[in-house]
Design a binder for this molecule. Sequence first.
Ligand SMILES: *[C@@H]1O[C@H](CO)[C@@H](O)[C@H](O)[C@H]1NC(C)=O
Length: 117
Amino acid sequence: MKAQFFYLLTFLFLPIFSAAAGPRGPLLGGWQPIKNVKDPHVKEIGEFAVSEYNKTSKASLKFQNVVKGETQVVSGTNYRLVVVAEDGGVTKNYQAIVWEKPWENFKKLTSFTPVKA
Ligand SMILES: *[C@@H]1O[C@H](CO)[C@@H](O)[C@H](O)[C@H]1NC(C)=O
């Protein structure tokens, strides 16, 4: 009976603990610079941010490019990007934060604020 109980504990809890410690390593929570902001996926995230901002704020910004960015490992990835977009003929910089869970095809704009160029 005791042995069985121990077995049960091991099988129930070991996977939970190892999942919590995870293979994700020590980077969890830290922001890492994006080395290549010309990467098509990074551009896609930037364009998504501008187009979401367009929708939610009834703006009509035209995405130009991403000039800087960082990522953070969460459940998925947070992208914190400096995006250049055109606002009625004027080019401005914005900081956009996008949360992506690629395995669920999930993307969400969590923040979009103008920054000084
Ligand atoms: C935002 O809206 C404007 C006007 O509808 C459009 O011209 C522009 O391409 C949109 N930008 C993005 C990134 O979808």
